[in-house]
Design a binder for this molecule. Structure first.
Ligand code: SIN
Length: 368
């Protein structure tokens, strides 16, 4: 990582603070392009695998390829244009398909991000990641990174060997975003397909198309166009340096599992998770998180044992109404607000590192 003088770093911080004070406002597209920065930012790329590092048998193989085969330096070397927007260097944290992401790797990754961002010669972080659980890693980091410097997660829908692979342009966009003063204070971001999304709200919506990552209804944060980010929105929920979560001394996270609602649902999976020691259950119910009559006794029994129950919805959009389809006050359950089940699981795990008080946990679900 090239070094920067203290004066250069202070200049970048001053520019960043001004953007934050302006509410992170971007110049409109028709305005003059901003002056070239006094120096290039230093951006670290932490690689974890995924399709962006995947390879297929032929250039037309866009399904049935192998994820996580290409190392971080090869990813960087494949995009020489990165040198124009930042000083980049890479680290291989893990090399996995993201269905194998787990709590322990999240803790390793988050600790490494926090160590790097505490350094004055690191301006931003890019994390390359498989798209399948990218939104989960992004939200976990959004809750535990202790810095306002930009952290950007990036993936690709096509392997690196495919015709029109999207990995190189996505990586270029991610690096320029992580290097951008306008990205300071925006929480952890996700970029694919020239779009900038907030970690809390983005989700993968399609198994294979390039425009898979979306923020339904609430909308993306902005675009990347002409090698510049344009921001139009900001998440209102607290994140990164403004959260109460501290993972610096944690080596594991409490067991929290998800049960999925469906017609003819039975309580078998729920009972098994509780018997296996779950400290929390996210119930991804039908509609507004409705509870099948057959499952309620198991949910009540789990709660009586101290297991925290969060009601979420499998629908994917909208607010889970507290005391709507179930009497959460009487049942002593927590409502997931707008979080999908996989993100509710992450917030519940972190909440349980602080408290088992359901009122406090409900407060956290309305805060983050
Ligand atoms: C993965 O999530 O690791 C595989 C799929 C992808 O990256 O698109």
């Amino acid at each position: 990582m090239p070094h920067q003088s203290k004066r250069q770093f202070i200049t970048r911080l001053a520019v960043a603070s001004a953007f934050v004070a302006m509410g992170g406002m971007s110049l409109p597209a028709w305005a003059d392009a901003p002056a070239a920065p006094a120096r290039l930012a230093n951006v670290m790329i932490l690689a974890t695998g995924g399709t962006i590092a995947g390879s297929g048998a032929t250039s037309t193989t866009t399904v049935g390829y192998t994820a996580a085969t290409v190392g971080v330096q090869q990813l960087i070397d494949a995009v020489p244009e990165l040198k124009k927007v930042a000083h980049v260097s890479g680290e291989q944290v893990v090399q996995i398909a993201s269905e194998n992401m787990n709590n322990e790797t999240w803790l390793t990754l988050a600790k490494r991000v926090n160590v790097l961002l505490a350094r004055s010669d690191v301006d931003g972080i890019v994390i390359t990641h498989g798209t399948d659980t990218l939104e989960e890693t992004a939200y976990f980091l959004d809750l535990v990174v202790k810095s306002h410097k930009p952290v950007v997660l990036v993936g690709a829908m096509r392997p690196s060997t495919a015709i029109s692979a999207d990995g190189p342009i996505n990586l270029y966009n991610a690096v320029l975003l992580a290097a951008s003063p306008e990205a300071v204070g925006k929480g952890v971001m996700v970029t694919l397909n020239d779009q900038i999304q907030a970690a809390r709200e983005v989700t993968k919506t399609n198994t294979s198309t390039l425009d898979s990552f979306k923020t339904p209804e609430l909308g993306m944060l902005g675009y990347i166009q002409g090698s510049r980010p344009f921001f139009y929105r900001q998440s209102t929920r607290k994140n990164t340096a403004d959260t109460e979560f501290d993972i610096s001394n944690l080596t594991s996270l409490p067991q929290v599992d998800i049960v999925y609602g469906y017609a003819n649902m039975n309580p078998l999976a729920l009972d098994a998770f509780v018997a296996a020691g779950a400290k929390g259950i996210v119930h991804a119910g039908v509609g507004d998180g409705s509870l099948a009559t057959k499952v309620v006794p198991s949910l009540k029994a789990a709660r009586a044992k101290g297991v925290v129950i969060v009601r979420a919805s499998r629908v994917g959009q909208g607010i889970l109404a507290r005391n709507g389809e179930a009497n959460d006050d009487a049942l002593d359950f927590v409502a997931a607000d707008t979080l999908n089940a996989q993100k509710a699981r992450i917030l519940l795990m972190l909440a349980l590192t602080k408290t088992a008080d359901t009122k406090e946990i409900q407060r956290m679900f309305y805060t983050y």
